[in-house]
Design a protein around this ligand. Structure first.
Ligand code: NAD
Ligand code: UD1
Length: 337
């Protein structure tokens, strides 16, 4: 495994993973249409790592563009991050989500097959579990997404399983991320949401930096210790390292395998507010509003399988997640332009 195609490599998780790949001496080619990211991210990736990468501004749906990239490079594996990820938007515009994520992935897989690239790491999500029957959630739990975004993830997982049946030389690692948060410890790169953030931590960070007046907590009447929702937040740098562990696993073959990437520990919204206040030294004004439709009370991972088979484990705790996020947010209040 030497040369890796990273789709969506200019995005939040893709750019942080590309740093780790470059530091580990992989050759990296990034494909991104920049629909939710900025080329500045890739400039920073190169600055931080001290290494160069190749970049193609291209859309997954553009088959001729993909072919010319596969013609120009001999890839050992693909890490496939590219996709649309806003749950609410996926409910409003399902066709756009299915087309971008599923058709885009099909186009990629068909070009991979044509060029005999048969190793892939796919960015799946804990959202494939829907509302789990019990926690912690392991990889054998029922798969029942509750929104179009989640369905695109499950469909792509299934396509890869079917492709392995048709051609056993295909290997795929499906990484089901829990809640990625934080930023690169340098403070130079992190999440840069366009418009109002949908997720808790970027929203909290924008309140702390003064871009938004207050946080709205979506319900405090859940069946949880303090009534607010509980999630498994994982530092994005730990998540990035999980992809290197997945590449090492792919080298051994193994067909299609799914892994939870989480810490195994859940924190409530109130605990996150307190932790972020401590990290930032800012008070976070909040008010409690109605539950957000589609939200669940509690979700956290059983990460035993990733520990056992990938030799990977999250190392960074809640304080580091908050301190790193605050370093990035306070240095670049408007994110990347
Ligand atoms: P992101 O939006 O920051 O990155 C995705 C990148 O893909 C963006 O740079 C975007 O421009 C690009 N892209 C989208 N559609 C494309 C297309 N058709 N062709 C080429 N490029 C395209 O998102 P992220 O948070 O870095 O997430 C990366 C992956 O991880 C996504 O697949 C997402 O669904 C998945 N995931 C994210 C989270 C999370 O909370 N961030 C959780 C679980 C899973
Ligand atoms: C969201 C996505 C999910 C995705 C996950 C990881 C939805 C419905 N689900 O889930 O598919 O896999 O992100 O990226 O969007 N909260 C507030 N106020 C806010 C924002 C959030 O109180 O302004 C609460 C939520 O109710 C929840 C917790 O904070 O209890 C975390 O929310 P969020 O960061 O959006 O993540 P998920 O709900 O886990």
């Amino acid at each position: 495994m030497k040369t890796i195609l990273v789709t969506g490599g200019a995005g939040y998780i893709g750019s942080l993973t590309t740093i780790e790949l470059l530091i580990a001496n992989y050759e990296v080619v990034v494909l991104d249409n920049l629909s939710n990211s900025s080329p500045e991210a890739l400039r920073r990736v190169q600055n931080i790592s001290g290494e160069e990468l190749a970049f193609y501004k291209a859309d997954l749906l553009d088959r001729p563009a993909l072919e010319s990239i596969f013609k120009a490079h001999k890839f050992d594996a693909v890490i496939h991050f590219a996709g649309l990820k806003a749950v609410g938007e996926s409910v409003q515009e399902p066709v756009r989500y299915y087309h971008n994520n599923v058709t885009g992935s099909l186009t990629l897989f068909s070009v991979m097959a044509e060029y005999e690239v048969r190793n892939i790491v796919f960015s799946s999500s804990a959202t494939v579990y829907g509302d789990p029957d019990s926690v912690p959630v392991n990889e054998e739990a029922s798969l029942r997404p509750t929104n179009p975004y989640g369905w695109t993830k499950l469909m792509i997982e299934q396509i890869l399983r079917d492709q392995h049946v048709a051609d056993p030389d295909w290997n795929a690692i499906l990484l089901r991320y829990f809640n990625p948060v934080g930023a690169h410890p340098s403070g130079e790169l992190g999440e840069s949401p366009r418009g109002a953030p949908n997720n808790l931590m970027p929203y909290l960070a924008q309140v702390a930096v003064g871009r938004r007046p207050n946080l709205q907590i979506y319900g405090n009447d859940y069946d949880t210790p303090d009534g607010t929702g509980v999630r498994d937040y994982i530092h994005v740098s730990d998540l990035a390292k999980g992809h290197l562990a997945a590449l090492r696993r792919l080298k051994q073959g193994g067909g299609v395998e799914a892994f939870n990437l989480g810490t195994g520990r859940g924190y409530s919204v109130m605990e996150m507010v307190k932790a972020f206040e401590k990290a930032s030294g800012k008070e976070i004004p909040y008010n409690v509003v109605a539950r957000r439709s589609g939200d669940i009370a509690t979700s956290f991972a059983d990460p035993t399988k990733a520990h056992r088979d990938l030799n990977w484990e999250a190392e960074k705790g809640l304080d580091e997640m908050c301190v790193d996020l605050w370093r990035w947010q306070s240095k670049y209040p408007e994110g990347l332009q």
